[in-house]
Design a binder for this molecule. Structure first.
Ligand code: SF4
Length: 412
């Protein structure tokens, strides 16, 4: 198999014109550029708006001052260098500052902008001690960066270390290499053997792939997914909805169907996070919702398990409905247990890009809550679930319903 090369400087991308290379090198000076020659060869260079081009080739609008370095405040979940613990059952190892390509819409751009080593300085023995000391942890996600950019030697140490912890039932490897660099998987028999021997009846390796567009599912990419499946791994796919890449119904339908066909289960569609440099890639919440719903109407139930969520500081906020007037969301996962299961209704805002935009609908404007269930009540016997009645208040003098009782947006 031909050796894959990394291209680290936009000025070395021969398919761009000289003028484009000069113009875009300003962007790469701020937000680095990286791609494999394999991936660059998938791009249709005759089309300036080619979706795969948008995934890795910078655009000047990235320079728009907008967004935050750490939009989900991951710093607040960091318990040790390279270890995050946000949800009780899941620990994240930030083990790698390397990727097979630099996604222009990356939500962890800070790793490539700042000194990544600080955040990915995983001390493995210490990290394993932490997991051992937390029996509530059933799932560990190894990511970065890209987990499969780690050497197979280091991956072996991580996976074998986690395999020995009985309460860890799923070891997840976050990787876009099946799209950027599938040869890394296919050419490394030791990696596949490691995955094969680490899968047991009571503990499984999950590879969290990131295919953003159906054209990334080349024969060799599918072969890499197949190799992972044959080694016993479960492959789940997650992708943000990205402007100019997959923000149309036909593309999403094809992506869902092709993922289903190759065995990479469509798992999450994410709202693109408000990260620095991500301005040109955003799609508003209501538009994403309808694109996903229309695409799902066209695919079998098997492929409709994918959820549309925002990975917000407070938890995974799933968008479950949009009507002419309202946006309905639910805490699919909550960092703070008291928010588990909360179901919230906001006034429809077609300009909203992030949960914070909805939370900004204040008492004197339009935010309302209709119902919630509290899992701690289920914990106390399972028979005491209460669902609040629709609680839209009598409109205030501005004509808006306002919040229930004395709650403030910080409660949600
Ligand atoms: S693979 Fe993940 S971490 Fe790496 S650049 Fe893409 S989104 Fe960012």
């Amino acid at each position: 198999m031909a050796k894959v090369k990394f291209v680290r400087d936009i000025r070395d991308v021969a398919q761009l014109t000289e003028e484009e290379r000069a113009r875009l090198s300003t962007v790469q000076n701020k937000y680095s550029f990286l791609a494999t020659d394999y991936y660059l060869n998938l791009i249709n260079w005759d089309d300036p708006n080619d979706p795969l081009r948008r995934i890795v080739v910078p655009v000047e609008d990235e320079m728009v001052t907008w967004g935050r370095k750490d939009p989900s405040n991951e710093a607040s979940n960091t318990v040790l260098p390279g270890v995050q613990h946000k949800y009780a059952d899941t620990v994240v190892f930030l083990a790698s500052e390397n990727c097979g390509g630099q996604c222009r819409f990356c939500f962890r751009k800070r790793l490539f902008v700042d000194n990544a080593k600080r955040e990915t300085a995983l001390d493995l023995p210490q990290a394993l001690d932490y997991v051992r000391a937390h029996p509530e942890v059933s799932s560990v996600l190894v990511t970065g960066g890209d987990a499969l950019m780690l050497s197979t030697k280091l991956l072996t140490e991580i996976i074998e270390g986690l395999s020995e912890v009985e309460h860890v039932r799923a070891i997840r490897l976050g990787s876009k290499l099946p799209a950027y660099f599938p040869q890394r998987i296919l050419d490394d028999a030791n990696l596949l053997r490691l995955i094969e021997r680490s899968n047991t009846k009571s503990q499984r390796i999950y590879v969290m792939s990131q295919f953003n567009h159906p054209r990334e599912l080349t024969d060799i990419a599918r072969a890499s997914v197949d190799a992972l499946l044959r080694s016993g791994a479960v492959v789940c796919n997650q992708t943000p909805i990205i402007q100019g890449v997959n923000d149309d119904v036909d593309t999403l339908e094809e992506l869902i169907i092709e993922l289903m066909a190759c065995g990479a289960v469509p798992y999450y569609f994410f709202q693109c996070r408000p990260t620095i440099g991500n301005f040109p890639y955003l799609v508003p919440i209501t538009r994403c919702y309808f694109l996903i719903e229309y695409a799902k109407y066209r695919v079998p139930g098997l492929a409709r398990r994918v959820r549309y969520t925002m990975s917000h500081e407070r938890g995974k906020i799933e968008v479950v409905g949009v009507t002419g007037k309202h946006i309905y969301v639910k805490y699919h996962r909550a960092k703070d247990f008291s928010r588990e299961g909360k179901f919230l209704v906001f006034y429809r805002d077609d300009e909203a890009f992030w949960y914070d935009d909805l939370l900004a609908q204040r008492r004197d404007t339009s935010m309302i809550v209709t119902s919630s269930w509290q899992p701690h009540e289920a914990d106390s016997g399972g028979t005491n679930l209460t669902v609040e009645q629709d609680s839209e208040r009598t409109p205030d003098s501005t004509g808006h319903p306002g919040l229930i009782g004395q709650n403030s947006p910080s409660d949600y």
